[in-house]
Design a protein around this ligand. Structure first.
Ligand SMILES: [Zn+2]
Ligand SMILES: [Zn+2]
Length: 191
């Protein structure tokens, strides 16, 4: 199943803000998010990730600055159990008004060679900024490389699949010293 973040609460109308240039508006939301195949998705109505942003208008667009804090749900790659991952992310991005040249987060025009391809940019569309993409990008960029419920996670038993964090499953794990294995192969070949 393909799931991606598409929360209505993160689609923010900005027509009013764009009319009053150089004014700020605070935006807040709280979402319960998980990680699916195509990025973040909204899990339930419960919270977890607190989104606290300031939206500031300029002639070229809207600067979005603030924090994403709290936690989200991830699956541990070793034991496959869900766990809460703590997040504390700073955000500083720019939503460009369509038809205006590329600008820095401070709203200054960028020299041509520094221009970002349009598909990598955040744009104001239909007088709305869609923060779904921003939240998705910022969280994914800031996740640890390894998703582990704990650094000491013991994972699953390779034989019976039991979660070894819940105790020993009783399977006998055979360990063959690699050096002995080489020797055994040599003896096999000679035989
Ligand atoms: Zn684990
Ligand atoms: Zn086992």
């Amino acid at each position: 199943m393909t799931r991606h973040l598409d929360s209505r609460s993160l689609k923010v109308p900005v027509a009013g803000l764009m009319k009053k240039l150089f004014t700020r508006e605070r935006f807040g939301a709280e979402l319960d998010v998980g990680l699916g195949e195509s990025g973040l998705y909204e899990r339930s109505e419960r919270g977890g990730l607190k989104i606290d942003l300031w939206l500031e208008s300029s002639p070229d667009g809207i600067r979005v600055k603030g924090t994403l804090r709290g936690s989200m749900t991830l699956e541990c790659t070793r034991c496959l159990e869900e766990y809460r991952q703590e997040l504390d992310i700073r955000v500083d991005e720019f939503y460009r008004r369509p038809g205006i040249g590329a600008v820095s987060p401070e709203g200054r025009p960028l020299p041509r060679e520094m221009e970002i391809p349009e598909e990598d940019e955040y744009l104001i569309e239909e007088e709305t900024i869609d923060l779904n993409v921003l939240v998705n990008d910022a969280v994914i960029l800031n996740l640890p490389i390894k998703h582990l419920c704990s650094p000491e996670c013991r994972g699953l038993c390779p034989h019976c699949g039991a979660n070894l964090n819940r105790g020993d499953c009783g399977c006998r794990v055979e360990y063959i010293d690699p050096r002995l294995e080489v020797l055994r192969k040599l003896l096999d070949e000679e035989a």
